[in-house]
Write a protein that binds this ligand. Structure first.
Ligand code: SAH
Length: 213
């Protein structure tokens, strides 16, 4: 793996940047500090890997901004060995963060091209989530319920199937569309039929789309 001292230095500065923006969970900061984000980038953007920005990854999709990844990861409150579902594998960067946090990660992607690519990259650098090709609106009913679910694309609404796949006490972290941006929502399953909803500010995500491609 090509991960030089220069990369490590840039990563350290990236961590300082997201601390200055308000991320405080040390496990999340360690994960961002450990993961070689430059290996997740399209070749034209490698030099920008440690900027706190989203970048194109092909198939019209993006690798999320590190601050956003950290923010969502912090909201998810992952504990070691938690079974976590991620909707929107994309580059695999968020999945790598979840693996670093000690989760057993199940990740779904609807774009064939990205689904194939990420299965080469992540295991080659030591990350082993379980990969699924499919429509994240449906979740993974045969593998649930989950200790947490994270959606990394802007959803037009909160999919009922995802709520159904939360354990009691588990949380769904999902950016929900509100016209020109998304509101970050955390929905906690209080008991079988009761859910608590909290809002955590505005974000910009690519849309959660229907079906597979
Ligand atoms: N977590 C990714 C972010 C990728 S952007 C990362 O760290 O790089 C959002 C991803 O969600 C895209 O790859 C897009 O193809 C995927 N996506 C959109 N709608 C989806 C759906 N219904 N099911 C699964 N994945 C979906």
């Amino acid at each position: 793996m090509n991960d030089s001292l220069l990369h490590k230095g840039m990563r350290k500065r990236l961590v300082e940047t997201i601390v200055s923006k308000g991320i405080s969970n040390q496990n999340v900061l360690n994960a961002i500090g450990n993961i070689p984000r430059h290996l997740f980038m399209e070749s034209g953007f490698v030099n920008f890997a440690y900027k706190d920005q989203a970048f194109p990854i092909g198939a019209g999709q993006t690798i999320s901004q590190p601050y956003t990844v950290a923010f969502q990861s912090q909201l998810l409150q992952v504990k070691p060995n938690d079974k976590i579902l991620e909707v929107g594998t994309g580059s695999g960067y968020q999945a790598a963060v979840l693996v670093e946090l000690g989760a057993l990660v199940y990740t779904i992607e609807r774009q064939q091209e990205l689904y194939v690519k990420v299965q080469q990259l992540l295991p080659s650098i030591g990350y082993h989530p379980r990969f699924f090709y499919g429509d994240g609106y449906k979740g993974l009913p045969t593998y649930g319920p989950f200790d947490g679910i994270i959606v990394t694309a802007g959803a037009p609404f909160v999919p009922q199937d995802l709520l159904d796949q939360l354990k009691i006490g588990a949380r769904l972290v999902i950016p929900v569309d509100n016209g020109d941006h998304q509101i970050m929502k955390v929905i906690t399953r209080v008991d079988e039929n009761e859910f608590d909803e909290q809002h955590y500010g505005n974000f910009a995500f690519v849309p959660l789309l229907n079906g597979t491609n």
